[in-house]
Design a binder for this molecule. Structure first.
Ligand code: SF4
Length: 394
């Protein structure tokens, strides 16, 4: 499998890395959370009164996707949006802000991913200097993995992409393999700091009811909610992967859509390293357009099945030992509803918002708590995109 050795400014303008998110933070040291609850007042009541959800962006103002120069959204980013939308916005506006401890957690997760990937593939570093080359590497990975999956093998770090609900989504599936029953199963790898499975409460069947459930829990039980929310976010992530993968194998993802959203030039010749890697893989291609055509032809002729089962595998961060697995139930309607809600922010239909008062415990572990205007205003104040953009450039 190929990865990109990218030069600054040469790759896609997404701000994200190719390796999928793997961390499953362990927040066992939550202390008193009531003070935060009281500092937030009762945002839900006031927010509902001012109706920010219905607020439309000013005419001609750039949408967040335009403001951040994004042609696509990463699935892992959408799943962090479930946690706190405002926090996700801060992360994009202030990259590099996360604490050293959280960066270490991310590093540990990434190295476990890498080790797992190396079990199946040799990693080749390929220099890319254009966004077409960066996408070419993804397409070459798809081209090399489709036949393996077709012949019943296991593949890891499979790139998925496609337009869903009008927005181009991109992600990386940790692992795809067939079960003993012949079902195609997706496995998402999550690492944990503690050598134990998440709480039993996470086994709740219908976790899309979670926000409702948490409303009825006393504040001190919100540690349970935290685990449930993290689980919910993983569930959303793997469900989105299934939506995109299925659309790819059904032929619903087109090369025209990829070219349009990512503003790619099919006539662009492949860079020397990408070209050489393609040749070594047995693909006779000169331009990015040649590779596009070959990849989409391969997908349409592959006759790959849709994903039948979704599984999360937990492993210990320090040792890499597998702690256990959990199956996820795919609920398409809930996934699509949630996605549409998230995309409402990205497409400029509504302002970003922080957490409600009942989720104030999340602020305690947030790197942006000291600067968060949502929190400081008791959850009643949201800046327009333009106000926010001006403030961030000061
Ligand atoms: Fe969200 Fe709270 Fe962090 Fe603000 S402080 S970004 S509301 S989690």
């Amino acid at each position: 499998m190929a990865g990109t050795g990218r030069e600054a400014g040469a790759a896609e303008n997404t701000g994200f890395e190719d390796l999928s998110d793997s961390e499953f933070p362990d927040f066992s040291e939550l202390g008193d959370i009531e003070e935060l609850g009281s500092s937030l007042g009762n945002p839900r009541k006031e927010v509902d009164a001012q109706g920010p959800w219905k607020r439309k962006r000013e005419a001609d103002a750039p949408t967040p996707m335009e403001r951040f120069h994004l042609g696509c959204l990463w699935v892992s980013d959408l799943s962090t949006q479930s946690w706190c939308e405002q926090q996700m916005v801060y992360r994009k506006e202030r990259p590099g802000f996360p604490s050293a401890e959280k960066a270490a957690v991310l590093d540990a997760g990434a190295s476990i991913h890498l080790a797992r990937e190396l079990e199946l593939h040799d990693l080749v570093n390929i220099h890319t200097s254009t966004k077409e080359d960066a996408w070419a590497v993804k397409l070459l990975n798809v081209l090399s993995m489709v036949p393996v999956l077709q012949s019943g093998g296991t593949i890891r770090e499979f790139p998925v992409f496609g337009e869903i609900e009008g927005v181009f989504l991109v992600g990386v599936i940790d692992e795809l393999h067939y079960t003993s029953k012949g079902e195609l199963e997706l496995t998402e790898l999550k690492t944990r700091k503690r050598a134990a499975m998440p709480l039993a409460a996470q086994k709740e069947k219908d976790r899309f009811q979670l926000p409702f459930l948490c409303d009825f829990l006393p504040l001190e039980d919100h540690l349970v909610c935290l685990y449930l929310y993290l689980q919910l976010s993983v569930l959303f992530q793997v469900s989105l992967y299934k939506c995109i993968f299925d659309a790819m194998v059904w032929g619903q993802v087109t090369s025209a859509s990829l070219v349009h959203h990512m503003k790619l030039s099919p006539e662009m010749l492949l860079g020397p390293q990408v070209h050489s890697h393609a040749r070594q893989g047995g693909f006779t291609v000169m331009s990015f357009g040649d590779l596009l055509e070959l990849t989409f032809l391969s997908l349409s002729l592959s006759d790959l099945p849709v994903i039948d089962a979704l599984k999360i595998e937990y492993s210990h961060q320090e040792t890499g030992t597998v702690l256990g697995t959990e199956m996820v139930v795919f609920e398409e309607k809930q996934v699509r509803d949630k996605l549409r809600h998230h995309l409402g922010y990205w497409t400029g239909l509504r302002e970003p918002r922080g957490v409600d008062v009942k989720e104030a415990w999340k602020c305690r572990m947030c790197d942006y708590a000291a600067i968060c205007e949502w929190r400081q205003s008791g959850g009643t104040r949201t800046l327009s995109h333009e106000q926010h953009a001006k403030k961030m450039t000061k």
